[in-house]
Design a protein around this ligand. Structure first.
Ligand code: ZN
Length: 136
């Protein structure tokens, strides 16, 4: 049901500084930049092979990424796996005993639909599943 790694999420305090690092020294291409109010972030997607790095900068201190930064500082935030049918996958994961943060998908970057799984049941790794919008 999880077909491939779609992206790695990285929490950053300085979005432009992080973009300069990835586009410059790391030589990757910025493909998308978007503010996602539902998730309280400004997000940037950077191409690497078939997957992406997702840079996440909080819109405010009291957002999930803002709280993460305050507690842990910048760094790896989550891993996201692509799925074809997010509702079916959520049902299967729940059935398998995985604790869901989002039992109903929410709007993600580039019109994708996403849901997060609780790190309590995924080995302390915040895990996201993504159903990409058709055409991406
Ligand atoms: Zn993500």
């Amino acid at each position: 049901m999880l077909s491939r790694i779609d992206h790695i999420g990285v929490a950053v305090a300085d979005l432009d500084g992080a973009i300069a690092l990835y586009e410059g020294a790391l030589g990757m291409a910025l493909v998308h930049r978007e503010t996602v109010p539902e998730q309280g972030v400004e997000a940037v997607l950077i191409d690497v092979g078939d997957g992406h790095v997702e840079l996440l900068a909080p819109l405010a201190d009291d957002t999930p990424v803002g709280k993460f930064l305050a507690k842990k500082g910048p760094g790896l935030h989550h891993v996201a796996y692509a799925v074809e049918d997010i509702e079916a996958t959520l049902a299967e994961l729940s059935e398998a005993g995985v604790e869901l943060i989002d039992s109903v998908p929410r709007v993600g970057i580039r019109d994708s639909r996403v849901a997060f799984l609780h790190p309590r049941s995924t080995g302390a790794v915040l895990t996201e599943i993504v159903e990409p919008a058709h055409g991406h």
